[in-house]
Design a protein around this ligand. Structure first.
Ligand code: FEO
Length: 165
């Protein structure tokens, strides 16, 4: 039986994952509005991934006979300065999520909940990937001028996400 503490913490994490989905979708909407559909596509794929993360926690609670309680999701910012600033925000956000996952894992250790520990190991690995992919985009954006043709080139590259991996 899942402890009350862990159940509440996982419900909180569902909210954080769905907020991530909402945040990246807001960023995608901004990209569409400034004619960068490739960046928008990348962010929409990312948003969908966050939805699946939220659902992984949801299914885990259901499988353990615990109650899913959906909490309120804050409104994400609607406008962003530029692509570099936006992806620096993505990276900072992912670092925050990593800290939340690590805290959840610590709680699962304290509560001696072994299935939760195994489930969270997937998220610990996933966060390594999440930080790596956001960091790569940040570093590449630093290489190009925001106003140059290189940004358009990079946008085309972003558009290919999901075609082969
Ligand atoms: Fe669900 Fe981007 O971490």
């Amino acid at each position: 039986m899942l402890s009350k503490k862990l159940q509440e913490a996982i419900n909180e994490q569902i909210k954080h994952e769905f907020y991530s989905a909402y945040l990246y979708l807001a960023m995608a909407a901004h990209c569409e509005s400034v004619n960068l559909p490739g960046f928008a596509k990348w962010l929409k794929v990312q948003s969908h991934e966050e939805w699946t993360h939220g659902m992984k926690f949801y299914d885990f609670l259901v499988d353990r006979g615990a109650r899913v309680v959906l909490l309120g999701i804050p409104q994400p910012p609607a406008a962003y300065k530029g692509m570099l600033e936006m992806f620096e925000e993505v990276l900072a956000h992912e670092k925050k999520v990593t800290a939340l996952i690590n805290r959840l894992y610590e709680l699962a250790l304290q509560e001696k909940d072994y299935p939760a520990q195994v489930m969270l190991q997937w998220f610990i690995n996933e966060q390594v990937e999440e930080e790596k992919s956001a960091s790569l985009v940040v570093e590449q954006l630093k290489m190009v001028s925001e106003k140059g043709g290189a940004l358009l080139y990079l946008d085309r590259h972003m558009a290919k996400r999901g075609e082969k991996d």
